[in-house]
Design a protein around this ligand. Structure first.
Ligand code: APR
Length: 232
């Protein structure tokens, strides 16, 4: 069985990393247009670096929760039976990897990586970034940005993602509001391919009507319960 899982901020909520559109979410407290666009970074790189430095420090203090662990177990169980789990995440944290997931596709990039605007090199990065930090590869200073996809930029690995979506027997969305495209369009793509769809979320998402099946509750409870059924 080939399962395609799309995760969003809700899968990391119980690890303390907050979500975006819940009432106390990041975008309720910060303006994404001032912090998560290429124009914002060009206009005020210090403020954008400070925002991602704060999120990077929060991530370094966070640990995976039961939902991350359950998905790592599911990847292993499916592979053992000749099946596969394609784990596509909108999240820029590394909690899926920390929980043991081996193949994680970060369509919105990764907070613990930096990209050099001058030489395009992508480097693992766990420290604060400033406007003076030099690129480890080309040595030029002040050309490093977070390796994350901002609003108005193309998500990563889209060919690989649509290929996996076409091969899946089941599409599952976990902890995502279904409000940001192209990820929000994956469930419609799955349905067009005749693939069964399931939503695991705290509450019905914007896309809830498009899912054949749904289980609502905290990911740390709902995801292990669901993976146990799939593995059985
Ligand atoms: N367990 C399960 N689901 C939860 C939990 C939880 N403990 N807490 C919140 N949720 C659900 C919310 O109900 C909501 O539907 O997770 C979803 C989070 O939605 P968003 O905050 O919109 O996050 P996400 O869908 O990942 O956002 C997509 O938007 O700003 C961009 O790049 C950013 O990747 C992000 C994208």
């Amino acid at each position: 069985m080939n399962v395609f899982v799309l995760t969003g901020a809700g899968v990391s909520a119980e690890s303390g990393l907050g979500t975006f559109r819940d009432k106390d979410g990041l975008w309720a407290r910060f303006d994404p247009m001032k912090l998560a666009t290429p124009e914002a970074f060009a206009r005020d790189p210090r403020t954008v670096h400070a925002f991602y430095n704060m999120r990077r420090r929060n991530l370094l203090a966070a640990t995976p929760n039961e939902a991350h662990q359950a998905l790592a177990r599911l990847e292993h169980a499916l592979a053992e039976r000749g099946g596969s789990l394609f784990l596509c995440t909108q999240n820029i944290d590394d909690l899926h990897e920390q929980a043991g997931s081996r193949h994680v596709v970060h369509m919105h990039g990764e907070l613990l990586k930096t990209r050099c605007i001058a030489c395009d090199a992508v480097t693992g990065w766990r420290e604060d970034l400033t406007v003076d930090t030099a690129c480890p590869h080309c040595r030029r200073a002040g050309r490093l940005r977070p390796h994350v996809v901002w609003f108005g930029e193309m998500p990563l690995f889209m060919d690989e993602i649509y290929g996996a979506l076409g091969r899946a027997d089941l599409f599952v969305a976990i902890g995502t509001s279904g409000s940001v495209y192209p990820a929000a369009g994956f469930v419609a793509e799955a349905r067009a391919n005749g693939i069964r769809t399931c939503e695991l979320n705290l509450e019905p998402s914007d896309n809830a009507a498009l899912f054949d099946d749904a289980r609502y509750g905290p990911a740390g409870v709902v995801v292990p319960a669901w993976t146990a059924i799939v593995m059985a």
